[in-house]
Design a protein around this ligand. Structure first.
Ligand code: SF4
Length: 483
């Protein structure tokens, strides 16, 4: 029997902080439980059917478990008629009940802010998926990929869901006609389709025979190389994947990649880690989508923790999506600059394995548009000026041929293009300090004969001479400032 601390008196989730920080020697095999489920036997807690049957689905249940103001209760009560709620006890137990802006709560519990749409920019189908649908239930947008909406059911209904018109909206699915046979037929008839995203809703909630229908048929189509299963089951109901026969069924298709959706390091529990490992052992790569959400993960520290926690369970961070302008999610959307700030703080600070691509999914069905800070600063016929994560500007010659630039008195970035300098290095560069400590500048005296333009540039950085080596750049750095 799993004993949980009284989460109203003890700071919550110490084990999750440990997982997030990677400093737990022997992580426990289970996450926390809210006290109301303390006495549930482990065999039931680990049973996805029990978790589904006992999911929190109403405001009446929520008000007994979390605090709300009377105004909030009234507002979310009025939302109930329109939108579904489902939060399995496992996922609910990740919420800190004392924190009204807990990141797990924001994702799963209805908010009075969902009624607001002050800009009028939020739409029912913000990506216009239904307009790129040659066959009901199938979206064909990119040249070699299609998306299948196979179900409206999810284990937990994310309040920011792009497809809430089909998943969360009561009766929404009834308005979406679809035909499973015709979807498969369309893929069979279009040899250019190499990659099929099986989504929903969550396809891992499909009855086994229906999931098998999609997997068997797609596996049998020779021109389909990749079947991507888009699922939040590892995040919100990992117990479903304790069933080895489900893992075996997914693996049997031989082409399956898992596309999951962790948004916060606290979601990477021992249970989630266990099923990610099981999927990997079954031969299925696991990639992660994260949605950038205000109050959930809109800080550099939180995103770094998430990316590192994903790598620890061997899940590849794939995308950070800007939150789509779907009705009811306006309060969770951030500025684009927030995404850029996060990407600036990821690149260079951790392995490329942990760097997802930040994308905006364009209105009018324009598809994913990648955004990143600018690393290309300037260019000439001979070279480009690039910026690294430290703010160092370097001249880079991509082609091996003589330069064409005429010698011209110039400075700064222009001197990098001219080729009279090779780099501009910010002051107090830790890497350069480390080199100095390693005595890489031991030959400083030898370099003293170097051309004079390699000196310190008035405290705004250091200029390294373009005809010298990287070591000379360091020599100049040491010489110029004597630091
Ligand atoms: S699991 Fe995916 S499809 Fe389901 S509600 Fe969440 S975001 Fe939407």
């Amino acid at each position: 029997m799993n004993e949980s601390p009284d989460r109203t008196s003890i700071p919550p989730r110490p084990y999750m902080r440990a997982v997030a920080n990677g400093d737990e020697e022997e992580p426990p095999s289970r996450g926390p439980r809210h006290p109301i489920w303390r006495d549930v036997p482990d065999h039931l807690w680990d049973d996805w059917r029990w978790q589904s049957q006992n999911a929190i689905r109403s405001v009446r249940q929520l008000r007994d478990l979390l605090s709300f103001t009377p105004t909030e209760l009234e507002a979310i009560g009025s939302l109930e008629a329109e939108y579904k709620t489902a939060i399995p006890p496992y996922y609910f137990s990740l919420i800190d009940p004392t924190d009204p802006v807990d990141p797990i709560r924001i994702q799963s519990v209805p908010s009075s802010l969902e009624k607001e749409n002050p800009s009028g920019y939020e739409l029912e189908d913000p990506l216009e998926e239904d307009k790129d649908s040659p066959v009901p239930g199938l979206t064909h947008r990119y040249p070699d990929r299609v998306l299948l909406v196979t179900t409206h059911v999810c284990t937990m209904y994310c309040r920011f869901c792009t497809r809430k018109r089909a998943t969360m909206v009561r009766g929404g699915w009834d308005a979406i006609s679809r035909n499973d046979e015709r979807m498969i037929e369309y893929i069979r008839d279009h040899r250019e389709i190499k990659d099929v995203i099986v989504s929903g809703g969550d396809p891992l909630t499909l009855p086994t025979n229906k999931l098998k229908f999609f997997l068997d048929n797609l596996a049998a189509i020779r021109h389909v190389d990749v079947i991507r299963i888009g699922t939040r089951v590892p995040v919100t109901l990992p117990q479903k994947l304790y069933d080895q026969s489900l893992i075996d069924l997914l693996a049997s298709a031989g082409k399956v990649w898992i596309q999951t959706h962790f948004n916060h390091a606290r979601e990477i529990t021992p249970e989630a880690a266990r099923v990610c490992l099981a999927l990997l052992k079954g031969g299925m790569p696991v990639n992660n989508h994260t949605v950038l959400l205000k109050g959930v993960n809109d800080s550099l520290e939180t995103m770094r923790d998430l990316m590192r926690a994903l790598l620890r369970v061997k899940v590849r961070p794939y995308y950070i999506f800007h939150c789509d302008p779907v009705i009811g999610a306006g309060h969770m959307r951030t500025s684009i600059w927030k995404g850029m700030e996060i990407m600036e703080g990821l690149r260079g600070h951790m392995s490329g394995l942990g760097i997802p691509t930040y994308v905006v999914d364009s209105p009018h069905g324009g598809g994913k548009i990648p955004l990143m800070p600018n690393y290309l600063i300037s260019a000439s016929d001979d070279a480009v000026v690039l910026r690294n994560f430290e703010g160092m500007l370097v001249r880079y010659q991509a082609e091996d041929r003589p330069t064409t630039a005429q010698p011209t008195a110039t400075r700064g970035v222009s001197s990098l293009l001219q080729g009279t300098k090779s780099a501009l290095i910010p002051e107090n560069n830790e890497r350069m300090d480390r080199r100095r400590e390693l005595n890489v500048v031991a030959s400083y005296e030898d370099a003293a004969e170097a051309p004079a333009e390699g000196g310190c540039s008035n405290g705004e950085g250091h200029e390294a001479n373009g005809h010298s080596t990287a070591r000379f750049s360091l020599d100049v750095l040491a010489k110029g400032c004597g630091s």
